[in-house]
Design a protein around this ligand. Structure first.
Ligand SMILES: [Zn+2]
Length: 313
């Protein structure tokens, strides 16, 4: 049985069970966190992360993929401690999350060097541990393929081809970035079955989504509760329409929520996005989609079978 890396070592693909494919146990604006650690409360972050992880386990979620990478304050030992304490399986990644610039280190070196760095996390281990990355993460947002963004995308492609690991690419559907992502990955020779275009659920433009699906990737319907990107009452019908058109085997459900999140003052986040929580998927979204006609089999595909196919691709 093929296996997948988690923060507590490899598990059989069959052991993944119900999985939320895009949740963060902690998201910090690095390097702010390492330069000004007094701004952060480590005990509180740990309490929040274990609280969310335990609540997910209580809902029957067995695994999350945590796409925290460079610029997210990725801390693999933190993820391992939370997983150890709560039993939630956490699938970690490597990569760089930027919409434009790179630090001088990477700006002045080529994509092949960056690919080597990513491959180290996959083949040797992350941050001095023997915990290995299970997938690669990159981002193409509104600014598009800046030099830095394109370098990360190509480095992910090359590391994926070398190691066989799949790719999750953050996208900005309003500017149709998913298609640009596929253009570059196709050019690099990546098998589209290894690609997940995250945040595709931020649009209800079925024309764009079907154009993207025709290119072969999985899509993330993964930002439930973030009404500023798209209200839930537009997300639901989009998913139901895609289910009706036969795409249950191509979608993931998730919230992209963060147990600790420092991009905005916490009060503002609570006010702007009260439902933006990892537990909201099974508390709020799944019951609504069921009412709208989603079958058990379709749910199983989006939360179990597709995850196995993507991570095991
Ligand atoms: Zn995310």
């Amino acid at each position: 049985m093929p296996s997948v890396e988690t923060v507590r070592g490899p598990v059989d693909l069959d052991e993944l069970g119900t999985t939320l494919v895009h949740e963060h146990l902690r998201l910090r604006s690095s390097p702010v966190d390492t330069e000004f650690p007094h701004l952060y409360d480590g005990d509180d972050a740990y309490r929040r992360a274990t609280g969310v992880a335990s609540a997910l386990v209580g809902q029957g979620v067995k695994t999350i993929c945590d796409p925290s990478c460079m610029y997210h304050g990725r801390d693999i030992r933190f993820l391992a401690r939370v997983s150890e304490e709560t039993g939630l399986q956490v699938v970690p990644c490597t990569g760089i999350y930027t919409y434009s610039q790179l630090p001088q280190y990477f700006a002045n070196r080529d994509a092949d060097h960056m690919a080597e760095v990513f491959a180290h996390d996959i083949e040797v281990g992350i941050q001095g541990t023997d915990i290995k990355a299970a997938f690669l993460k990159c981002a193409v947002d509104e600014p598009g393929l800046t030099d830095g963004v394109e370098k990360v995308l190509r480095a992910c492609a090359r590391a994926s081809k070398r190691t066989g690991r799949p790719i999750m690419a953050h996208s900005h559907p309003d500017t149709r970035r998913g298609l640009e992502i596929m253009d570059v990955l196709d050019e690099e020779g990546v098998d589209p079955a290894k690609v997940q275009v995250a945040h595709t659920g931020d649009t209800d433009d079925l024309g764009y989504i079907e154009e993207l699906l025709a290119r072969g990737p999985f899509i993330g319907m993964d930002r439930y509760g973030t009404e500023i990107f798209l209200p839930d009452d537009k997300r639901d019908p989009t998913i139901l329409a895609l289910l009706e058109r036969g795409y249950a085997d191509r979608m993931f459900l998730s919230a992209d929520a963060c147990a600790e999140f420092d991009w905005f003052p916490p009060e503002l986040v609570e006010q702007m996005a009260p439902n933006w929580k990892s537990t909201y998927v099974f508390d709020g979204v799944v019951p609504r989609l069921r009412e709208g006609g989603m079958t058990d089999d379709q749910l199983e595909q989006m939360t179990v079978a597709n995850v196995k196919r993507w991570l095991g691709s």
